[in-house]
Design a protein around this ligand. Structure first.
Ligand SMILES: [Fe+2]
Ligand SMILES: [Fe+2]
Length: 152
């Protein structure tokens, strides 16, 4: 599968979960949806950081936007850790989750609006296919380790 197509499908999935999160008034429902998008975002940023971004960084034209992307992932990661460390039904859960969602939405916009068009200019279709296949395989093995760790 083409790398950009694969990443865009992930983005759509995450945005759908964000909409569900915003649409429900139930706290327990929000927590369930939060866990779902956390898993999706974890695997997505993992394949970007291990396969996609390292290839992009090799291209002069993509270096800055890739470095910025890594920092944006970092901010989201910090927010996930903060939210996971909240005790009980903290009043901070929802506002923190909202800030996280805004950050991810902004990041997706930058990837799709700025980064991906440049990627298309700098990589051949064949290269994008190869990257996509690698990411698909890495995604599967990461998800396996996610579900293996879930029982802890
Ligand atoms: Fe992405
Ligand atoms: Fe990303």
């Amino acid at each position: 599968m083409n790398a950009i197509q694969l990443l865009k499908e992930d983005h759509t999935k995450v945005k759908t979960l964000f909409n569900q999160f915003e649409a429900t008034d139930s706290d327990s429902e929000k927590e369930k949806i939060y866990e779902k998008f956390k898993k999706e975002i974890e695997v997505h940023t993992h394949i970007e950081e291990t396969i996609f971004y390292p290839a992009l960084k090799e291209k002069k034209e993509l270096e800055d936007i890739t470095l910025e992307g890594i920092e944006e992932h970092h901010v989201v990661d910090v927010l996930f850790r903060e939210i996971d460390n909240l005790v009980g039904d903290s009043e901070k859960f929802e506002p923190k989750a909202k800030v996280l969602i805004e950050n991810v939405e902004h990041h997706i916009q930058e990837e799709e609006g700025e980064m991906f068009p440049k990627v298309k200019e700098n990589f051949s279709d064949q290269e994008l296919e190869e990257m996509g296949s690698k990411m698909e395989a890495e995604k599967k093995s990461f998800q396996k380790s996610q579900s293996a760790g879930a029982g802890k």
